[in-house]
Design a protein around this ligand. Structure first.
Ligand SMILES: Nc1ncnc2c1ncn2[C@@H]1O[C@H](COP(=O)(O)OP(=O)(O)OP(=O)(O)O)[C@@H](O)[C@H]1O
Ligand SMILES: O=P(O)(O)OC[C@H]1O[C@H](OP(=O)(O)OP(=O)(O)O)[C@H](O)[C@@H]1O
Length: 218
């Protein structure tokens, strides 16, 4: 059993919604966490036996899957993309809602009816390949880490697979959704071994679960 628990959170947009949820489960960072000038990546919490790390969303899953962090919060898109055996996602936190979609230029330039091979720009090559395989299409994925929406206009790929929330980014870049792959929300994730061996992890899962149930009932 690790003496100090490590809880991993993504550094970007989910964080604002996640902090109140974490607080209700008793996970509260000390004030320096909110100091934008602070370049530290590890932060104390109000619990002596727990620290937070703030990393990129995909890396939250990697740290927890390898047991370097015992638990964390991450979008279900990341969980599904990696499909780590040692990662368990016991609580849907009902925050960070968006979906993963296929999109292409709204002028129909990418339409190639009956094609068995497509080029797709995405941050999610595994989910993308699986989606197109189900339709009997082989997708060649060009991996990008952001700003997927500019790829079709520049001829990098005919279509993209990316996250959509309001749809504004697609619209402003001349793209339309042509298929929805996955509805997404943020989840509490835990390392399976830590859950089995450390009662504090199981207690925290119960605290997050109880809060999620209470919010759903409200
Ligand atoms: N437009 C959006 N609306 C709502 N949720 C989103 C949106 N885009 C992404 N998400 C969710 O937020 C997650 C990214 O979280 P966040 O931005 O906090 O992480 P990050 O570490 O900054 O990500 P990155 O590694 O892309 O910089 C995505 O995996 C997804 O689940
Ligand atoms: O439908 P919308 O509300 O416009 O949101 C969708 C955008 O949000 C995400 O990008 P993010 O802002 O996280 O930046 P990124 O390109 O660095 O991933 C996603 O990758 C889309 O580009």
């Amino acid at each position: 059993m690790n003496e100090c628990l490590t809880f991993a959170v993504p550094k970007g947009r989910i964080l604002d919604e996640a902090l109140p949820v974490m607080a209700r489960a008793g996970v509260v960072p000390e004030d320096d966490f909110h100091d934008k000038a602070n370049r530290s990546l590890t932060f104390a919490t109000t619990r002596d036996d727990m620290k937070l790390i703030r990393v990129r969303a995909f890396d939250v899953a990697t740290f927890v899957a390898h047991g370097a962090a015992q638990m964390g919060i991450v979008g279900s898109d990341v969980i599904e993309e990696f499909d780590y055996a040692d990662l368990y996602a016991p609580v849907d936190l009902d925050i960070g809602h968006c979906h993963l979609s296929v999109a292409e230029p709204n002028d129909g330039a990418a339409r190639v009816d009956g094609a068995s091979h497509l080029r797709v720009a995405t941050k999610y090559p595994n989910l993308t390949r699986r989606h197109f395989e189900r339709q009997g299409i082989q997708a060649e994925c060009v991996k990008l880490n952001g700003a997927m929406e500019i790829a079709p206009a520049l001829g990098l790929a005919g279509r993209i697979v990316d996250l959509v929330s309001t749809g504004t980014t697609l619209r402003e870049n001349g793209l339309v959704e042509t298929g929805r792959i996955l509805d997404i929300s943020a989840r509490l994730i835990v390392n399976r071994k830590a859950l089995k061996t450390d009662p504090r992890v199981a207690a925290l899962v119960e605290a997050f679960r109880a809060d999620a149930a209470e919010r759903e009932a409200a």
